[in-house]
Design a protein around this ligand. Structure first.
Ligand code: PRT
Ligand code: ZN
Length: 300
């Protein structure tokens, strides 16, 4: 029992759009795991970190009530749950630590093709079908608009053709689903992606250290994705110009070149992707022997 309590539990979607990326993120943080027989828990083998596989809608509550220390879930669900916990008078709420770089989508109003939308005032008096009643209500309230929310638990896009609503507010990514149902995206009210959340209750000191480590590694993984290590030769006379062209780089390392007095080697970590255009500009400025290498790990 004592042993159990020192392990960090992180809630991840069991089977859905966020599952693969979330597990991959934890593996890139160095976690190796074995799956429990019930397929509901992945036990960390080299870190005191276990993954609980659950429905995404349950993740905020598990973190809020401290059953899990951390969770990965869409900002859309985080916002809806936050509003719901607030309504229930919860004073300390789970917090969002960082957005992640996957699960991108947006929560938007979508109206039937034949209806003209001219702005939020077009929502006045309308019946709006959604699975996000609290986010939509708070948006309408902020705009001073009266509308009727029709709560759906799925397949929101069929509500207008069934005559159950005048329009919908739902998640959109490619827009294909809306087009297939003769709807068009009229207004976005929330940009979403997956995000990491943590319990409002302070962790025990044994756990806190590993939570901190894991959070640092997650930040490292996020940074690394866009980062590149660049090596090149630069004429000393063009060094300033070349340094200015390196995207998002901090102080580069300048190394003398054996038997070559007018050139140096420049090594730098660029915290943005290095595109062909940049290499062409560097070449134009006098750089040669350029190499761009992906960064595997990074710790600030
Ligand atoms: O079983 P469980 O409850 O865990 O899963 P779920 O079915 O509720 O969730 P899932 O796996 O569909 O989505 C998980 C999370 O992925 C969401 O909470 C969002 O944060 C994020 N996400 C990203 C999306 C989409 N993109 C998305 N396109 N979630 C849903 N959709 C749906 C949308 O509701 C609509 O039906 O896809 C359709 C629109 O897609 P396009 O590409 O046609 O525009
Ligand atoms: Zn769900």
């Amino acid at each position: 029992m004592e042993q159990q309590d020192t392990r960090i539990k992180i809630a991840v979607q069991k089977s859905g759009r966020l599952t693969e990326h979330s597990i991959e993120l934890l593996v890139r943080c160095g976690l190796s795991y074995s799956k429990g027989r019930d397929q509901l828990i992945c036990y960390g083998e080299n870190m005191p970190v276990d993954i609980l596989l659950v429905r995404d809608d349950d993740i905020p509550s598990l973190v809020q009530e401290n059953t899990c220390d951390l969770g990965i879930v869409g900002i859309n669900i985080i916002e809806e749950c936050w509003l719901s916990f607030k309504d229930q008078g919860e004073s300390t709420l789970f917090s969002q630590v960082t957005p992640l770089d996957y699960g991108h989508c947006r929560l938007s109003f979508a109206v039937p093709d034949e209806v003209t939308y001219t702005g939020p005032q077009s929502l006045e008096g309308m019946r709006i079908a959604t699975t996000y009643p609290r986010i939509v209500s708070s948006y309408l309230e902020a705009q001073g608009i009266n509308g009727t929310i029709v709560k759906f638990s799925g397949a929101v896009e069929i509500a207008p053709s069934l005559g159950k609503a005048d329009l919908i507010c739902d998640l959109v990514s490619s827009g294909e689903t809306l087009r297939a149902h003769n709807l068009y995206e009229a207004e976005t009210i929330l940009e979403s992606s997956a995000a990491l959340i943590r319990t409002p209750i302070e962790a025990t000191s044994q756990k806190a250290e590993w939570i901190q480590r894991l959070l640092q590694r997650i930040q490292g993984v996020l940074q690394v994705k866009e980062s590149k290590y660049i090596m090149l030769h630069a004429p000393k006379s063009a060094l300033e110009e070349i340094r200015a062209l390196l995207p998002g780089s901090e102080a580069p390392t300048i190394i003398p070149l054996e038997g070559c007095d007018d050139k140096v080697a420049v090594h730098a970590v660029c915290k943005e992707n290095v595109f062909w255009e940049t290499l062409e500009e560097l070449k134009e400025a006098g750089a040669s022997s350029m190499l761009v290498i992906p960064v595997e790990k990074m710790l600030a």
